[in-house]
Design a protein around this ligand. Structure first.
Ligand code: 6PG
Length: 222
């Protein structure tokens, strides 16, 4: 596991943006397409805004989501809306290559449908993830047990609102060539300490076959 310590949240956003652009260039050169799984929450938003200012072969990008909140499709708290506003409305990625999780259908139906959509996508080129203050990642929360089989899982009683969510499973998130966690701010110190001490947290259960890096700022380092 590779921890990269950066000065502040802005440096984390810039480095994340650069990692994504580099991964896209490599994937498109080698395989003619780039599949990216986006993290939700607030931390990655600035990286997406920076990304929207870059040049890339956008027509070869396929965007997926690591998790989604069960709210109406246009709700301000949807991860998909944050991505539309910060990135996908600003770059020419074809609409049918932006694979939102249909979480407005309810967790079970959305998880089933999204699993179908993912089958052709694996392995992903790059997966981005955030870290919650309790060590959760995507919508995989401590103490929640999910069956091992499904690619995508319905989530209920999440401690971070809203309680109903949909998440890629730990195995699906780990099915990638490259994985990057973005972690900033003092609120994440406790989770980082527990993670570094080897505790069994959802974040520590994502074990990709490819590269794994944590981009962290000074404020989040305990
Ligand atoms: C979500 C997430 C979640 C998030 C972390 C960190 O939908 O809430 O995908 O896993 O990444 O909770 O969130 P912040 O970046 O807002 O701290």
């Amino acid at each position: 596991m590779n921890w990269t310590l950066l000065e502040d949240a802005e440096s984390v956003a810039q480095t994340t943006c650069q990692r994504i652009i580099d991964a896209a260039r490599e994937a498109i050169a080698q395989r003619g397409r780039f599949s990216l799984v986006l993290a939700g929450g607030r931390t990655p938003q600035r990286s997406y805004e920076l990304l929207a200012q870059q040049e890339s072969d956008w027509s070869h990008w396929q965007l997926y989501f690591g998790d989604e909140r069960c709210l109406p499709a246009d709700h301000t708290e949807r991860n998909s809306l944050m991505v539309t506003q910060s990135l996908s409305s600003k770059v020419p990625i074809p609409a049918d290559q932006i694979h939102s999780i249909p979480a407005e259908l309810g967790a079970e139906r959305a998880a089933e449908r999204y699993a179908e959509e993912l089958k052709a996508a694996l392995p992903f080129d790059l997966v981005l993830l955030g870290l919650g203050e309790d060590g959760h990642t995507a919508s995989l929360f401590p103490g929640h047990i999910h069956p091992a089989g499904p690619l995508v899982v319905p989530v209920h009683n999440a401690p971070k609102p809203p309680p109903d969510r949909v998440s890629l499973s730990a195995a699906t998130l780990g099915n990638c060539r490259q994985l990057i966690f973005v972690v900033t701010g003092t609120g994440k110190q406790l989770a980082v300490r527990r993670w570094r001490q080897g505790e069994d947290l959802p974040a520590s259960r994502i074990t990709p076959s490819g590269r794994r890096e944590i981009l962290i700022d000074r404020a989040a380092l305990p």
